[in-house]
Design a protein. Structure first.
Length: 165
């Protein structure tokens, strides 16, 4: 792919159906298709409503939608600075190897620097060795001493309903 044209742009409300489709494709790749229940309406509200909570960059290869990055800001109490957290990065299989993943990551790194972020972080499934290798190739360091913890569904609601601990 020597003469490949790669373009990256911020998503717009008109892109919501494409974003949802890319999320479904990512969920299928991650063997979690049943977990991808986001609707166009929910994505439109959360990404482009009165109080957006995340942003999306779309990547195109030769004018075709090829991938996306969904990200938001978090905060490091130790640094006293906000950070940029990459929730999802996905490049469609037929476009892998064209350089889109590296371009998306570099664009996000530039945004983090421009916005005064002290960190740029993300999680990756431990079985996803191609992605882990890619992340190492761009200089990322694994935080192996940390594990993700999650409350959702019934457990989240049960804890929220407790008055005492």
């Amino acid at each position: 792919m020597t003469d490949t044209l790669i373009a990256i742009r911020p998503a717009t409300p008109d892109d919501v159906p494409l974003i949802r489709q890319l999320i479904v494709e990512l969920a299928e790749y991650e063997r979690m298709r049943d977990a991808a229940v986001a609707t166009d309406a929910a994505l439109r509200e959360q990404l482009f409503g009165a109080q957006p909570v995340a942003e999306v960059l779309l990547g195109e290869v030769d004018g075709q939608p090829a991938g996306f990055a969904l990200f938001f800001h978090n905060f490091s109490t130790f640094l006293g600075q906000r950070g940029l957290y990459l929730e999802d990065l996905f490049v469609r299989p037929q476009f892998r190897g064209a350089g889109l993943g590296k371009r998306l990551m570099a664009t996000l790194a530039r945004l983090a620097v421009q916005r005064g972020c002290g960190r740029f972080e993300w999680s990756v499934l431990d079985w996803n060795t191609p992605s882990i290798g890619f992340y190492r190739s761009i200089g990322a360091v694994g935080m192996d001493e940390w594990t993700v913890q999650r409350l959702q569904g019934d457990a989240l609601h049960a804890l929220a309903a407790r008055d005492e601990l």
